[in-house]
Ligand binder design. Structure first.
Ligand code: ZN
Length: 130
């Protein structure tokens, strides 16, 4: 099954934990052993998996990406959001998750994040469970 969800973001850059939404979709699918693909169809946002317990990790990821890809540089892309495009490519637009016993097989401290790099916006996410 394939599901689409929309997630609102609130800041220019932000990591939004979407693990609960994905878990609900996996549960509703009835799939006990399988794969869950999470894909974001946007060019200035991404999907990543990282630390879900300590919020300082999210802040460190965003602030370090800001330092690596500064907004003040001159870029060819004239929309003014070149850094967001570059960050989205670094992070990537999808993740593959394993389903075991009807649950996502994530590490104890792992969460799945929508990475917003050009918000605030409403972001679509496509989730496929098989
Ligand atoms: Zn652009």
């Amino acid at each position: 099954m394939t599901k689409r969800i929309t997630v609102p973001t609130r800041s220019k850059t932000e990591l939004v934990d979407i693990t609960p939404e994905i878990e609900k979709i996996v549960e509703a699918s009835g799939v006990k052993e399988g794969i869950c693909w999470v894909f974001i169809p946007h060019t200035t946002a991404g999907i990543t998996i990282n630390e879900g317990a300590d919020p300082s990790v999210k802040r460190d990821i965003l602030s370090r990406l800001d330092k690596l890809i500064p907004g003040a540089e001159s870029y060819e892309h004239l929309e003014g959001n070149a850094p967001a495009h570059i960050k989205a490519s670094i992070v990537g637009s999808s993740q593959t998750l394993i389903i075991e016993n009807g649950k996502l097989l994530l590490g104890t401290w792992q969460s799945v994040y929508l990475c917003e790099f050009d918000g605030p916006r409403h972001r679509k996410i496509i989730i496929k469970v098989e």
